[in-house]
Ligand binder design. Structure first.
Ligand code: GLN
Length: 474
């Protein structure tokens, strides 16, 4: 049996019966990666022998360990103790952190087997995985196309059955957009639901870690494991974690769904539009009540995001100066010159662009006009959602305005690239949860994704909506 093609919950059922072992699953994964990954480039740091060792070292089946025996891949910006964690950047070349991210500890406690690291845009700056120091990941559905980004490696690995499931991170769409473009499920939790401790920061007020999986049930399982309060992250919220997997199967009869008109604008691909219409009809046949509505400040989201996110990034990236982490340029005559050369040679061009933009927005004289104003408009965007959720349980939109685009198609035009996230960014600005699920294909066979946004800390309802849709659309 090709175990790598199964979902986590299917594998757990087989493990429970004793039909298969964790080593069997790992062997299938290793074989698939051996056959495929040279062409896809989804995985950047991977040691098959170590994976097998870990699988063998697992103690006997423990039914309370939700992920027992299941191999998992981690995005390259999440710290795994003594393992390469390089953020797809040259500047972190050779860096192996001395501690685990909290999510990694939680995975291990749940019995998961750490397999390796997946490719990503450098420091998660991007929508296509093209800015990675380790070169672009290909979309498994069409290798001339990008897998989305920045968690493109995780999404492509799951879509290509090189991984059962994976973790990604989402600052402006980096879980949901690649999930959409690769035809898998990706969930960005509420800000504060999942600890960011050990996630190498891009924009600290926006970043969240979340699951990328083959189906909605797996997303619920993985989310439950990684969620919960953590003293190591001051923005982690002390709220109980619902038993997501058991709550998603209750149907959506009477659920109120808002369809924001600002998400059906000019420029959205006609096949994406049609597929949204079909999805909305399907949700109605399942008993949901769908209604057109408005999120009036949506048009400012991209501008606000690229001020707030770059400002925070420019500050977060100041620590990479050749002293404590990773790469250090040689032949510098002074410490200052060493910092300069390290940053010049260590960062790619998109990282440099973000640092310059962010430094500009924060600099004296411009702070009030750009950064501060962006924070104010961010509040307006958040209020749009607060108002909307007084009336609606969830909001449904396309995840991405277009299906996967061609490699190099947008690299010369950063603005067009930035517009790839037009539908995902607002959720990060507002701190609300969102999920992307597959909802069809274009005529040429590219996946299309449906985004479901929910109230803060109500991942349960977006998962339930997603599950109902998935079951009906199968
Ligand atoms: N594509 C967006 C950006 O380039 C979002 C990235 C992310 O979520 N990490 O910033």
């Amino acid at each position: 049996m090709e175990l790598n093609r199964l979902t986590a919950h299917e594998l757990t059922a087989l493990l429970d019966k004793g039909d298969i072992s964790p080593v069997d699953i790992c062997n299938n994964i290793i074989k698939e990666i051996g056959q495929k990954d040279k062409g896809l480039n989804a995985v950047v740091h991977f040691d098959p022998e170590k994976a097998i060792e870990r699988a063998k070292a697992l103690k006997g089946r423990d039914s309370s360990a939700a992920l027992w025996g299941l191999p998992i891949f981690i995005k390259d910006n999440i710290c795994v103790k003594d393992e390469l964690t390089t953020c797809g950047s040259k500047i972190l070349e050779g860096f192996a952190p001395p501690y685990n991210a909290t999510v990694v500890d939680r995975l291990c406690r749940a019995g998961a087997i750490l397999m390796g690291k997946t490719n990503m845009d450098e420091f998660a700056f991007g929508s296509s995985t093209e800015t990675s120091f380790y070169s672009v990941t290909k979309n498994p559905w069409d290798r001339d196309r990008i897998p989305g980004g920045s968690s493109g490696g995780s999404a492509a690995a799951v879509a290509a059955n090189e991984a059962i499931f994976a973790l990604g991170s989402d600052t402006g769409g980096s879980i949901r957009q690649p999930a959409s473009l690769c035809g898998v499920v990706g969930l960005k939790p509420t800000y504060g639901r999942v600890s960011r401790y050990g996630l190498i920061a891009f924009a600290s007020s926006l970043d969240q870690i979340g699951p990328i999986t083959k189906d909605v049930e797996d997303a619920a399982i993985l989310l439950k494991v990684i969620s919960g309060h953590d003293n190591m992250d001051p923005t982690s919220v002390d709220k109980s974690v619902p038993d997501f997997p058991s709550l998603i199967k209750r149907g959506i009869k009477g659920l109120k769904i808002g369809i924001p008109k600002e998400y059906f604008i000019e420029g959205i691909d006609s096949e994406v539009r049609q597929s949204m219409r079909d999805a909305i009809k399907k949700l109605e046949t399942l008993g949901a009540i769908c209604e057109d509505m408005s999120l009036p400040h949506t048009e400012y989201a991209v501008a606000v995001y690229y001020l707030v996110a770059t400002a925070e990034a420019s500050s977060n990236l100041a620590r990479f100066d050749g002293v404590q982490y990773g790469f250090r340029a040689d032949q510098a005559a002074s410490v200052i010159e060493m910092h300069k050369k390290t940053r010049q040679e260590g960062f790619g061009s998109e990282a440099k662009r973000r640092i310059i933009l962010g430094t500009f927005a924060l600099s004296s004289g411009y702070y009030d006009a750009y950064y501060l104003r962006a924070l104010k408009v961010r509040t307006l965007i958040k209020r749009d959602f607060e108002e909307a959720f007084k009336k609606y349980d969830v909001i449904v939109t396309p995840t991405s305005p277009t299906p996967a685009f061609k490699i190099n198609e947008r690299t010369e035009d950063p603005l067009t690239m930035y517009l790839s996230d037009i539908f995902t960014i607002s959720a990060n600005l507002a701190g609300i949860p969102g999920i992307s699920i597959p909802c069809g294909f274009t005529k040429s066979g590219l996946p299309i994704g449906l985004q479901i946004l929910g109230k803060p800390f109500d991942e349960e309802t977006i998962l339930r909506t997603a599950y109902s849709y998935e079951q009906a659309a199968k």
